[in-house]
Design a protein around this ligand. Structure first.
Ligand code: C2E
Ligand code: CA
Ligand code: CA
Ligand code: CA
Length: 274
């Protein structure tokens, strides 16, 4: 009987219209995106789970549209992926990462996120490779994070692109592991150096079942010779559990939220990393 209440359906339609309109507005604003001027980045530190030493960070894009205000990356990246705008965004973030790396000591590394459509664009991969070459930065200090969903989109092209990046010396991490198309068999098909355990595992750690799965993933990484990052670590308890499991690297609000570049540099100085 409830579904015949007139107001419910109407509200739903309005919300849907609102969402679709929002999406179209973002798409329009993205067309005139000046990646150099309009995009900003934050760096979220990652640390060694045993010593607490900062090892580097993940570079995360930020966009405040002049007309629409700040838009979360999850929202605009999905829309950007429908056109070639995503390639310009990726290239901008890669160049920012290289610029930051040039100011950091050699033992620190940074990670950037790369989309499925980037992996399917030989021209984009070529531009990434030449940006890294031109920078003179040791390529092993630059990590690319890909999701399994991105790789599965066009497996052969993605694996070929990842192989090119890796042959040039860069490192590959499998992002959000344990969600989406997650399949253990992918772990040895994809050229990989590291696995990032999705933050939903940190959230569910109190539950014995999730604990066993997280531990199995950590052990599998060790067997395959892959390093392992726990994402979304928010509490000292979660940090202690991942550390005791043998997960070497932690990322999350417990270490730090994503920081403006200058704040990230200050944090490194405070931790004697510079
Ligand atoms: P991601 O790659 O999984 O990045 C981690 C996200 O989790 C970030 O959100 C980060 O701020 C958030 N986070 C970090 N620690 C914690 C924690 O302890 N608790 C909780 N609840 N969240 C935490 P952000 O920056 O909003 O980015 C969201 C997603 O947008 C990213 O997820 C990534 O998929 C995408 N993204 C961000 N920057 C880029 C980029 O430059 N290129 C591409 N292609 N995608 C990007
Ligand atoms: Ca990521
Ligand atoms: Ca992630
Ligand atoms: Ca995520």
């Amino acid at each position: 009987a409830k579904r015949h209440q007139p107001g419910t359906v109407f509200t739903y339609t309005q919300d849907l219209e609102f969402l679709v309109r929002g999406e179209q507005q973002i798409e329009v604003e993205l067309r005139s995106l000046n990646t150099d001027e309009d995009l900003d980045v934050r760096v979220q530190p990652v640390s060694d789970s045993t010593s607490g030493v900062i090892l580097g960070g993940e570079v995360l894009v930020r966009w405040t549209s002049a007309r629409l205000g700040p838009i979360p990356p999850q929202r605009f990246i999905t829309i950007a992926e429908r056109s070639s705008v995503i390639h310009r965004i990726t290239l901008t973030v890669v160049k920012r990462a290289l610029g930051i790396l040039a100011q950091l000591p050699d033992h620190l590394s940074l990670a950037v996120n790369i989309s499925a459509s980037d992996l399917n664009s030989p021209d984009t991969i070529e531009r990434v490779l030449s940006a890294v070459r031109d920078s003179g930065i040791d390529p092993s200090r630059l990590w690319f994070e890909v999701t399994e969903t991105a790789v599965m989109h066009d497996v052969d092209a993605a694996i070929e692109a990842l192989r090119m990046l890796r042959t040039a010396g860069m490192k590959i991490a499998l992002d959000d592991f344990g969600t989406g198309y997650s399949s253990l068999s992918n772990l040895h098909r994809i050229p990989l150096d590291r696995v990032k355990i999705d933050q939903s595992f940190a959230t569910d750690l109190q539950d014995n079942y999730s604990n066993s799965i997280a531990l199995a993933v950590v052990n599998l990484c060790r067997t395959l010779g892959l390093s392992c990052v726990a994402e979304g670590v928010e509490t000292p308890e979660q940090a202690a559990i991942f550390q005791s499991m043998g997960c070497e690297i932690l990322q999350g609000y417990y270490i730090s939220e994503p920081l403006p570049v200058s704040r990230f540099m200050e944090m490194l100085a405070e931790h004697d990393c510079t």
